[in-house]
Structures are given as structure tokens and as C-alpha cells.
Design a protein. Structure first.
Length: 365
């Protein structure tokens, strides 16, 4: 064996020869620590440090998606769960369903003990008659109070049905029954108030034997309740006409003692003379009764045949009869105001429901 000298002039021993007892470092993969071992004087022992061909670990795996040559998009290498068939655009699943229900098999339900239980048939819902109401709902629909408050009044004996005092909770009544609350008859229907701007050529009636046009044809879609006109307007008279199913309200508005005012716009065949104007304003006697108007005036900016007249009398054709008395013919007659209700923003033949405030104002008359 050849020997060589180092830079300090010393001699390096060959590794195959026995060497003095020294400490050597063994480098283990995956740790940065070193461990010292004593040499066991084995002449053939070598310190071998394996080195990978690259600094990073190489892991053999197949990519989940790989780029195909024919397309820039990625294609999945594994088999998809669903495959699109040629015959249909839907996906077909190549697994069998876990459970299959046949037409002849009926589901069996079991109890906790394991015994099969009988399948109960669905209960048929009993239809509630539209003409039958619980008494508290009947009172509530009449606008007296809420259902809870109605139960209190029923217990107190304030309600009678067909003349008999009812104190039973849940008592049911028919629409044909006469229900009274503190002696006053009730109507279970929801109160409706509809205002119509009546056009010319319609009769103020619920029906006509001669087949003429009637005002109820114009408000059929207003509500499901049957409503009636309050007062009357001639066939050729236009303007404000109120409809309601509130009988008490209609009776109050048409009664002479209520003094409900009406304002009309009158178009005459000729100019109204000043003398006749003052006679009408001061009041006069016609036929067998006295005529008193609340106010009369010429329409500002119009000719003298355009008159505005305010009156509270409810006599039939009273406006036409007043001017006919002084030998004037009424060409047009339009009711502008009735009981504080106007036709503002309502076109001819169009209706609208009253607002809550308007209903309150009517009840205060």
C-alpha cells in the first residue's frame, strides 16, 4: 500500500488497516443529529453515505387529471361515476338501486316489538259549511268586537239567537238565523263601501225587466259580497254613487233627519236669470212643499247656464224639478259631492273602495 503525506507532514493510514480506536459519525436519513459510535475494529466496515440522484424526493403517482394531445382541457383518467349515453342527454348511473319497489309490494311498518302494524287510512277532512259559523266569529265579522271579546259577551248573556239567549262556547249559527247583540241585529258579512262615478245611460237598480243597463253591472268585480246603491240617480244623471252592504249606514245616509248634503253641477239650456237665481237662493214653495237649497252659485269662468247647487233634500228628481219650475231645461246633471265623498281621480264608469278614514267620517254623520 502506498502512503501519502498531508500538509502537516503526517501519515494517513489506509482504511483497510487496523486503526486506533476513534469516534466516527453516522448520518441517518431524515434527521440532522449525529450519533457517535466506537469502532469495533472490523477491517471490512465502510462508512457509506447514499445520495439520491436529486435533492427532492420523487413520488411515483398518476395524475388525477392529465392533458390530452387533442385538447387543451384536462381529461379525467379515472372512470366517472356517471356516463352520458348516446341515446339520451341524461346521465345514466351504472349501479343498481339498493331497494326496488314493485307494484304488488306494499310497505310494512313495524312496531317497537317487531310485529307488523296496521297502516291507518288517511282521515278525511270534513268540509265546513260556508253558511255555518261559530257564534264568536259571526259577531266578529259583524264588526262588533274581536272573537276573544265576543266569548266574554256570550258568557255574559248579551247575545241572542232566534230570540234565545246563548251562553254556550262554540255554538254554531246559520246565515238564516237572527243574531242580536244587546237587542241589535247583526250581519256577519264584511262591510264593504264602494264609490262609483256613474256614467250616463245606466239605471240605479239591482235588475231591470226591460233589459236596460244597470249600475250593478259596473261594480260586479268590486267584491264578493252583495252590495246595494245608497240613494238613486236618474238614468241621465252622472256622478258620485255609493254602494254598501252596511244596512245601518245606508239607512242613516238616506234618512231626511241626517241632512246629508249633495253638490250638483247643472248645465241649463239657457242662462239663468238673476231674478230666478235669487228666488231659488231664498227658497220658494213648489207644489205642496217648500224648497230650501243650502247654496247656489254660478260656475266661475263659465257661462251663466253653468250652475252649482248644494242641497240636502232627498226627494226624487228634486234638481230637475226646481229648474223646470222656472221654465229651464236641464241638459246635464252631474253629482260632484255626496256626504263628503268626491269623484276626484275617478273616471266615468270606474269605482274604488273607500279609505278607512272616509268610512269613519261617514259613521260620524
Amino acid at each position: 500500500m502506498k502512503s501519502s503525506k498531508n500538509s502537516s507532514g503526517g501519515r494517513l493510514f489506509d482504511q483497510k488497516k487496523s486503526a486506533p480506536k476513534t469516534e466516527k459519525k453516522v448520518i441517518k436519513r431524515g434527521t440532522s443529529k449525529t450519533e457517535s459510535k466506537k469502532d469495533d475494529y472490523s477491517p471490512k466496515r465502510k462508512i457509506i453515505i447514499t445520495k439520491k440522484s436529486t435533492d427532492s424526493f420523487s413520488k411515483e403517482f398518476k395524475p388525477k387529471f392529465e392533458r390530452t394531445k387533442s385538447s387543451d382541457s384536462f381529461s379525467r383518467t379515472d372512470k366517472p361515476k356517471f356516463e352520458r349515453t348516446k341515446s339520451t342527454s341524461n346521465f345514466s348511473k351504472d349501479i343498481k338501486p339498493r331497494f326496488e319497489r314493485t307494484k304488488s309490494v306494499k310497505p310494512i311498518f313495524r312496531t317497537e316489538s317487531g310485529a307488523p302494524s296496521k297502516i291507518s287510512k288517511p282521515k278525511t277532512v270534513k268540509k265546513v259549511s260556508e253558511t255555518e259559523f261559530r257564534l264568536n266569529k259571526y259577531i266578529s265579522n259583524a264588526g262588533v268586537c274581536s272573537r276573544r271579546e265576543a266569548d266574554t259577551y256570550i258568557k255574559s248573556g248579551n247575545v241572542t239567537v232566534n230570540g234565545k239567549v246563548i251562553t254556550e262556547m262554540g255554538y254554531k249559527v246559520q246565515l238564516t238565523d237572527v243574531v242580536k247583540f244587546d237587542g241589535v241585529s247583526l250581519n256577519p258579512e264584511t262591510k264593504r263601501y264602494v264609490l262609483l262615478n256613474k256614467p250616463k245611460g245606466f239605471i240605479t237598480s239591482m235588475d231591470d225587466e226591460k233589459g236596460r243597463k244597470i249600475v250593478t253591472d259596473l261594480i260586479r268585480t268590486a267584491c264578493k259580497e252583495r252590495i246595494y246603491p245608497v240613494g238613486r240617480l236618474d238614468r241621465n244623471t252622472t256622478g258620485v254613487l255609493l254602494f254598501t252592504n252596511d244596512g245601518e249606514m245606508a239607512k242613516k245616509l238616506t234618512h231626511p233627519t241626517s241632512n246629508v248634503s249633495k253638490l250638483y253641477h247643472v248645465t241649463l239650456d239657457k242662462n239663468l236669470k238673476i231674478a230666478d237665481f235669487h228666488k231659488i237662493a231664498n227658497g220658494f214653495r213648489m207644489d205642496d212643499f217648500d224648497v230650501i237649497v243650502d247654496d247656489i252659485s254660478y260656475i266661475e269662468g263659465e257661462s251663466k247656464n253653468q250652475i252649482g247647487i248644494k242641497i240636502h233634500s232627498g226627494r226624487n228628481r228634486i234638481i230637475r224639478r226646481i229648474f223646470e219650475h222656472f221654465e229651464y231645461d236641464v241638459i246635464k246633471l252631474d253629482r260632484v259631492v255626496f256626504a263628503g265623498l268626491t269623484k276626484k281621480n275617478i273616471a266615468r264608469g270606474i269605482w274604488r273602495h273607500l279609505t278607512e278614514q272616509e268610512v269613519i267620517n261617514l259613521k260620524m254623520i
